[in-house]
Unconditional design. Structure first.
Lengths: 562, 589
């Protein structure tokens, strides 16, 4: 067993030179191989289930981690999704390693099943070297982006053969292609927009590296693929954005993911690694969508819990920065807003602090300090320069472009700002495992407490009980109380209606908040001699708890049927 | 089970069914029929399939049918294509999509679709206006979008409003069981009626002249200050508490609305009741959407519903009204106001403004996501009972049911003992009692609505080159001005389609042996003196805005070619028949 774990760690860490010359994480195929190895060595606790195929035909697999895979779907479950965003290939390795680590936590598996999807969007990794970061989340569905009747005929390309698809900049472009940017005076490697008040005038036009393959005057406007799976989900789906799909869930990948979630109603929380982050920074809970009935990102009632979980993630991962991102149409947003599942999203890797600048020679005159327009990019550049031997940024190099003429090619390498160095993978995997473990520990636990009976008159007795949430998370979060998708708690008494003098035979509790929220019940029952009265409390993730009351007083132990 | 509706078997059944066919009314203008179908009666889904098979069998040159998917319970979704192959394949012509019965209980929608197929086939060859329309267009008909809901409505105890849903079991009351507490036919009359509870403080009493009428007692105190009470209070639809949860009829068959399940402005169930788990989550809606997306020649659409006498256009929500441009609204208005004249007791209406808010409706999807001019007609209105412009009073309604319908749509009140309510009255109108025309009025309803869809289809774009002017402007250099006229009201691309870049732009090409197009582009308007040259590919102009309705747009090319060269212009697009014309580049007059 340890040997398998070792193998997986080795696979994840192994260094393979690629176009951007960084150690690469697992490819989907390798992820599948290591997931298979896990299953082979843990036949009782792990299983691999295919839930569908990508547009390009690759299997989408769920790694089920459970105390016993034969009844894994009978327990409250936590979902982990990786491999959604092509700019984050390491998320595949991180999820597989997290699965391996969860397998070592037997105590945790007693209460919780984990569904780990290492690679939700395999097509995004199919041609990773041939893509630039702009189109990294797309599957292989052919899309005619420029509506000229030809498919994928003008792709981004590494035209100067420097091993990376970056950007092109052209100084003093002609009249039909007006300039939009200028080199930032603070660091001329960075490009910035014009600013009339500072008399900073545009001098350059920027393009993705490529040719005008279809000679329509546009550069690299119709590349490989596809629909971005993480923009294809229904909440705030962006219609007419061609990369968001023809309709919501139009893609086999998003269909498979959505159907898996709908088929597994015991999922009580989720962590999605992708382009959105709601842990490094808790999103604003004020905005509502156009109907006014669904939050843009977060419901106000959920904000405190999300802040707390964000704090825990930052402690566990030491990650406190994320890139701004509009999560429209994302899986994470759908899980939360439409399914009511407490869903946490992480980009996994935020901008690290660069080492301090080397002290300037004392004789040099102090140079004026200019503030760059894009401080985030400037920070990445600093970290690349000082801590990554400059390999995050390809220096601008002159090139003779067949249609644009003289240009310079350069810029950040794809994935540099979104994917961690391979050395960070073990640490981040452990952070993910610990976060999942925390979610599992904090899960709602519905309990029946303080069941008492007291006779009122011959043949008539009063039954009292409390239904308590002894976990930390609510049984249905604030969003779930709006969309009513999470299971309610159903309290059912066996007494026939005509002998129930007070109280309801069936009561639905929409939600119990976390940390001890309770609901008290009181029934007055006219019982027949020696009759067994059954009180059942049903909450889908946990199952049915049953208590039998006989002869007005005796209470049998609680039995639980998952 | 899935093979139950095999098409081959149905064709065989249809051939046999001639023996049992019912005598039919002859259509107004005495058109000969190859298939006799009575249009004064309603058809269960299996009969609908048989009618389709008989029609397709009788008019094999014009009709074809394909199963585009199956319902939840395995019934076929049958799209009938009406096309004259000798004038081109279906995809080369503008097409009108006509469907009905997405709500299972709105049954006359289906007969109206079938009537339209039948009438067009009968008329072809003998009615010039319709022959011309059929030769120039394609029609796609889906008679029942919700065959399960229809089959349930016919075969089970229902009321005029029930069985609107599809038949995927749905846990409406979220108790872990699906469809376990539907209505029950307590009095065994085959219908789900109303229940009135005996109540000494009741809100209603039985009308002393006609005890079948339950009328509200006044809530105002009498002059002496005492309060009047009736003997009955309303107890809802006929049924009991099947699952013992204290609620009656709260989880019946299905429990969703397929006309809230389309991609355009789809909203989840907490915003739009019955929307489904996600857009196109039902096999019916998913199959239809895939098929429609695959037929970009659809240039007009009608989706029949009942009831209320409405010609509805989108949007379904107030915040989408801005998405209907002034030009598109003018197109809608021109068609619907003609409809109001053709359909007495019908009114053109905007869904969100005059009906109610709808997110994720089918016509909204067709109009807003596909950029197609589309309507929903709400068939039948109680205004048609007295035909004096207003709905009947309760007394007038009872007289209509007694004297014109001979009591066939009512079930007498019966007093029963109800397990939860004690003594109740059960009865009232049957499922046939409202929302649908009585059979003797069905044919008129079908015909007038069919005629409206013919008018709508006749507005689909039809192009011609209204002029091609050649001028010699130098040695082997020509200026060619091409005017493209659309003689119909619907533009080749609605403003919605061009603004949102839906589908492909139209294209105008100029080509010929030895002909080089050196420049070309659109002219700001027909009589302009200059043009706006495109930067690339001047021989193939992409026309994003298309040609407007009832208008002519001009384009200009600068062409290098020897005197006497032949050139061909071609204007093509997704939603009309492409046109092509060859001309000579010559200075000679």
């Amino acid at each position: 067993m340890p040997s398998t774990l070792f193998l997986i760690l080795m696979l994840a860490l192994r260094s393979v030179p690629t176009t951007d010359e960084r150690p690469v994480a697992l490819t989907p195929k390798e992820a599948l191989a290591s997931a298979r190895a896990l299953v082979a060595s843990h036949p009782t606790n792990a299983a691999l289930v295919s839930i569908g195929k990508s547009y390009g035909g690759a299997s989408i697999d769920v790694l089920v981690i459970s105390e016993n895979v034969l009844n894994s779907d009978k327990k409250p479950s936590v979902l982990l999704v990786g491999g959604l965003d092509g700019n984050r290939p390491s998320s595949v390795a991180v999820t597989v390693q997290a699965a391996a680590q969860l397998l070592t936590r037997a105590e945790l598996l007693k209460s919780t099943t984990f569904y780990v999807i290492p690679c939700a969007n395999p097509d995004a990794y199919a041609a990773i070297g041939a893509r630039c970061s702009d189109i990294a989340g797309r599957n292989l569905r052919p899309i005619d982006e420029d509506r000229d009747g030809r498919i994928d005929e003008d792709r981004p390309q590494d035209i100067n053969a420097d091993g990376a698809i970056t950007m092109m900049r052209r100084v003093n472009p002609p009249a039909d292609d007006p300039p939009t940017h200028l080199p930032d005076p603070a660091d001329t490697r960075l490009m910035r927009g014009a600013d009339a008040t500072k008399d900073l005038r545009a001098s350059h036009t920027l393009y993705i590296e490529g040719l005008d393959g279809d000679q329509d005057g546009l550069i690299a406007e119709d590349g490989t693929g596809g629909v971005d799976i993480d923009r294809n989900f229904p909440h705030r789906w962006q219609e007419f954005d061609r990369t968001a799909g023809a309709t919501q869930l139009s893609e086999p990948e998003s269909q498979a993911l959505a159907q898996f979630v709908l088929d597994h109603p015991r999922i009580i929380a989720a962590l999605v690694i992708g382009r959105w982050d709601n842990l490094a920074k808790t999103p604003d809970s004020k905005g509502r969508d156009i109907t006014g009935q669904t939050p843009l990102m977060l419901e106000g009632a959920d904000q405190p819990a999300w802040e707390e979980m964000g704090k825990r993630w930052r402690e566990l991962s030491s990650q406190s920065r994320c890139e701004e991102c509009d999560p429209s149409g994302s899986l994470a947003l759908w899980l939360y807003a439409h399914r009511g599942i407490p869903t946490f999203a992480t980009q996994l890797w935020g901008r690290p602090d660069a080492s301090p600048a080397p002290a300037p020679p004392t004789t040099a005159p102090p140079s004026p300090v200019l503030t760059p327009a894009d401080t985030e990019s400037a920070g990445w550049l600093q970290w690349s320069d000082r801590d990554q031997a400059g390999h995050g940024f390809v220096a601008w190099t002159p090139f003779d472009h067949p249609t644009l003429g003289k240009v310079e090619i350069g810029g950040f390498r794809a994935g540099f700002r979104s994917d961690p160095p391979a050395g960070e993978v073990p640490r981040l995997s452990t952070a993910v495992t610990n976060f999942l473990s925390e979610l599992a520990t904090k899960q709602p636990r519905v309990a029946v407490r303080n069941v008492t009976t007291s006779p009122i008159a011959p043949g008539v007795f009063e039954l009292q009980a409390e239904i308590v949430n002894e976990g930390w998370l609510p049984t249905s979060c604030g969003m779930g109380r709006i969309n009513k998708q999470p299971a309610p708690i159903i309290v059912r008494l066996s007494t026939p209606k005509n002998r129930l003098l007070s109280g309801q035979r069936v009561t639905t509790i929409e939600a119990l908040a976390g940390a001890g929220d309770r609901r008290s019940f009181r029934w007055i029952i006219r019982a027949l001699p020696a009759e067994i009265t059954a009180l059942e409390v049903v909450w889908k993730p946990m199952g049915t708890q049953r208590i039998e009351i006989t002869n007005e007083t005796a209470t049998t132990a609680i039995t639980v049927t998952p | 089970m899935n093979n139950r509706f095999s098409l081959t078997a149905l064709f065989a059944a249809a051939l046999l069914s001639f023996a049992i066919r019912t005598p039919s009314a002859v259509a107004q203008q005495q058109l000969p029929a190859k298939v006799e179908i009575a249009w004064n009666r309603y058809y269960d889904f299996s009969e609908v399939v048989s009618i389709i098979a008989r029609l397709v069998g009788a008019y094999p040159n014009l009709l074809s049918v394909e199963e585009i998917g199956k319902s939840v319970q395995g019934r076929p979704l049958l799209v009938v294509t009406l096309n004259n192959p000798s004038t081109g394949s279906p995809a080369t012509k503008p097409a009108m999509w006509i469907d009905g019965n997405i709500h299972g209980n709105e049954i006359q929608a289906t007969e109206t679709v079938l009537y339209s197929i039948d009438y067009l086939c009968r008329a072809y060859g003998s009615v010039p206006a319709l022959t011309e329309l059929v030769d120039q267009s394609t029609f796609y008909f889906l008679a029942s979008v919700n065959p399960d809901g229809r089959a349930n409505w016919f075969s089970q105890q229902n009321n005029p409003h029930s069985s609107r849903t599809g038949m995927q079991p749905t846990d409406d009351d979220r108790d872990g069981s699906a469809d376990e507490d539907g209505p029950d036919d307590l009095d065994g009359d085959g219908s789900i009626g109303q229940m009135w509870r005996k109540d000494p403080l009741g809100s209603h009493r039985r009308n002393p002249r006609d005890p079948r009428i339950l009328e509200r007692v006044s809530s105002e105190p009498r002059p002496d200050g005492t309060i009047e009470h009736g003997e009955w209070s309303h107890g809802g639809s006929e049924g009991i508490d099947n699952d013992g949860d204290g609620h009656i009829n709260e989880d019946g068959p299905g429990g969703y609305d397929m006309n809230r399940n389309w991609p355009s402005d789809w909203q989840p169930a907490h915003v739009e009741n019955g929307a489904g788990d996600y857009p196109l989550c039902f096999p019916e809606t998913r199959a239809i959407a895939a098929w429609v997306l695959n037929h970009p020649n659809i240039a007009a659409a009608q989706s029949y519903h009942n009831a209320g006498g409405m010609i509805l256009r989108g949007p379904g929500a107030d915040y989408r009204e801005v998405e209907y441009s002034r030009e598109d609204r003018a197109t809608y208005d021109a068609i619907s106001s003609a409809g109001a004249e053709m359909l007495p007791h019908y009114r053109p209406m905007v869904i969100f403004k005059e009906l109610y808010t709808v997110h994720g409706g089918f016509v909204n999807w067709i109009a807003e996501s596909l950029g197609v001019i589309s309507f929903t007609n709400e068939l039948w209105s109680d205004n048609r009972i007295l035909q004096n412009g207003r709905d009947p009073t309760p007394e007038e309604m009872v007289r209509w049911r007694d004297r014109v319908l001979f009591g066939q749509t009512t079930s007498d009140w019966k007093e029963l003992s109800h397990p939860e309510y004690g003594s109740v009255l059960v009865g009232g109108g049957t499922k046939w009692s409202s929302r649908i025309p009585p059979p003797f009025m069905l044919e008129e309803e079908a015909h007038r609505n069919f005629a409206f869809t013919v008018f709508h289809a006749q507005q689909m774009p039809r192009l011609r080159f209204s002029s091609i002017a050649v001028e010699c402007i130098g040695e082997q250099l020509w200026q060619v001005t091409v005017a493209v006229a659309n003689d119909h009201r619907i533009p080749t691309r609605t403003v919605r389609a061009s603004r949102k870049k839906i589908g492909f732009p139209d294209h105008l090409t100029l080509a010929g042996l030895g002909v080089t197009v050196v420049s070309g582009g659109p002219m700001a308007q027909r009589l302009a003196t200059t043009f706006d040259p495109v930067r690339r590919n001047p021989h193939d102009l992409a026309v994003e805005v298309g040609v407007g309705g009832l208008s002519t747009d001009a384009f200009r090319f600068i062409v290098r070619a020897p005197d006497g060269a032949r050139a061909t212009v071609r204007y093509s697009g997704e939603k009309f028949k492409a046109i092509e014309q060859t001309f000579t580049l010559t200075a000679a007059k």
